[in-house]
Design a protein around this ligand. Structure first.
Ligand code: ADP
Ligand code: ASP
Ligand code: MG
Length: 468
């Protein structure tokens, strides 16, 4: 069994879908399952659709018409004229349903997370229906399934948590035994039967769930770049594709901002021991990046550099923290009660302050939660007012090689210092596989390029080839 996932740009229009078709036509696997994202930008458009409807902006109707035209154009280019009626009819029905949901939002002023998830799910529902029919007409008979019938989640609609046991059991018992299945990514259903979605970028995760349940030999994720790069190619033009990564390295790089892979994707593959290959739909002959439990050892200490922007640094400080047990616990509890994700934590050795990194959008909410928790201590001036610094970025150096090689952190810090880049906080993971530094966003791109130059471009390529 081979599971493949094609992302938004890989299904952006008829031309891209033809590429996808030619990739599948060359495969010789007796069983394949293909997961597809919504056509590029469609999820963003769907979000703007419900936002417009909720604010009584009637131009949502124009956005809807634009969306419909985009899907119809793909059908017209991919399906022979005489066969278009059926699929066009199905897409039209889906659009009328979407129009009804939007009208409901417009009229009722009601926009719950459940409704948002329902609207967002239309993108993958439409792209999978169209691609299934397009494959049919290009000599690739297949069965279209609805991933909502297989992936069961909790009721956190926009970032739903998957019930793995129920999901795997359904996939194993109920998926049709056919050579080719097409399935929408991203979409799922709560135990109560409502549509949920797996978080932005979540189609990668859908694919890894299918791969793990079906014991796939390999999972291929097809995107618009030649795999996982040494750093974000949009930030550093010198970035290049990494040949191999361990699961842990890939997970850290993804977690700290390498958008090419949605972070939760790796976990199901680790448990099932399934290798993951990241490939480029528009350059299919490139080897891409192989992610597995046992990558070929690399002479490089640092394998990749990630960067997440739009972060905030929050600091709780004060003399009242010294020697008082439970301050950290209360702080984390206050943040956790608001469902806020913490990216890193540092504590000064004198115990006078604790600094955490979190998403900028959640900064104010975290300050309020912490201020409420420590209201009494603040009133007694045992603690200073909680400080929040934005916009910050986290730059993370990742590599299994750092575990044995001392000095990477020192080199990184002195390099940034020499160039006048102020490091606001530093964290090193317990595994020593990752070092992250927090800095002002205005310095982030320069820091990434400097570090990239230092750790990658000064290494002669031959030393990598020697180990291959
Ligand atoms: P898809 O729609 O196929 O899921 P995404 O847009 O989610 O694709 O991810 C691919 C994009 O991730 C690339 O176009 C690239 O700009 C961005 N990216 C960020 N960091 C990295 C990295 N380290 N390696 C490769 N791509 C990255
Ligand atoms: N279409 C969804 C998004 O844009 C999921 C995905 O593409 O992975 O977030
Ligand atoms: Mg993606």
């Amino acid at each position: 069994m081979l599971v493949l996932k094609f992302g938004g740009t890989s299904v952006a229009n008829a031309q891209a879908i033809r590429q996808l078709i030619s990739i599948l036509q060359k495969k010789e696997n007796p069983r394949m399952l293909v997961v597809v994202s919504a056509m590029s930008k469609v999820t963003d458009l769907l979000i703007s659709l419900y936002q417009k409807a909720a604010t009584h902006d009637a131009t949502y109707l124009e956005a809807l018409a634009q969306l419909e035209a985009k899907h119809m154009a793909a059908i017209e280019e991919l399906v022979p004229m005489s066969q278009q009626i059926e699929i066009k009819g199905r897409i039209k029905i889906i659009f009328r349903e979407l129009e009804d949901v939007c009208r409901g939002i417009y009229l009722l002023d009601e926009l719950s997370d459940s409704t948002k998830a329902r609207v967002m799910a239309y993108g993958e529902r439409m792209s999978s229906a169209i691609i299934s029919v397009a494959l049919q007409h290009h000599g690739l008979p297949n069965t279209l399934v609805d991933s909502r019938d297989f992936i069961e989640t909790d009721a956190s609609y926009l970032n739903a948590k998957v019930n793995l046991k129920a999901t795997y059991a359904r996939m194993q018992e109920r998926l049709p035994q056919v050579p080719l299945i097409v399935a929408p990514g991203f979409v799922s259903r709560s135990a109560e039967g409502k549509t949920t979605v797996l978080g932005r970028g979540g189609s990668d995760y859908t694919a890894s769930l299918y791969a793990a349940a079906l014991h796939a030999d390999v999972l291929e994720i097809w995107s618009d770049v030649d795999g996982m790069y040494t750093t974000d190619p949009r930030k550093a033009s010198a970035a290049y594709s990494i040949e191999e990564l361990s699961y842990e390295e890939a997970m850290e790089l993804a977690y700290f901002g390498a958008k090419v892979l949605y972070p939760p994707t790796i976990a199901p593959l680790v448990t099932a021991g399934i290798p993951l290959v990241l490939k480029n739909t528009f350059n299919p002959d490139h080897r891409g990046t192989l992610i597995s439990a046992t990558p070929t050892p690399s002479p490089l200490a640092v394998k990749g550099i990630s960067c997440i922007d739009h972060m905030a640094v929050l600091t709780v400080s004060g003399s009242g923290m010294i020697g008082v047990p439970g301050v950290a616990m209360r702080l984390f509890k206050a943040v956790a009660s608001e469902n806020i994700n913490i990216y890193f934590i540092t504590q000064s050795s004198s115990e006078q302050s604790i600094t955490i990194g979190l998403a900028e959008a959640e900064g104010e909410k975290a300050v309020q939660a912490i201020s409420a928790e420590f209201a009494a201590d603040l009133a007694l001036e045992l603690l200073n007012q909680v400080s929040l610094e934005t916009p910050m970025s986290i730059v993370a150096l990742v590599g299994n090689g750092m575990i044995q090689k001392p000095g990477v952190a020192g080199k990184a810090f002195s390099l940034l210092g020499e160039h006048g880049i102020n490091i606001r906080a530093i964290a090193q993971g317990a595994t020593e596989r990752i070092i992250s530094v927090v800095l002002n966003s205005a310095d982030a791109e320069r820091a990434v390029n400097l570090l990239h130059q230092k750790f990658f471009l000064s290494v002669p390529e031959s030393s990598e080839a020697a180990l291959a």
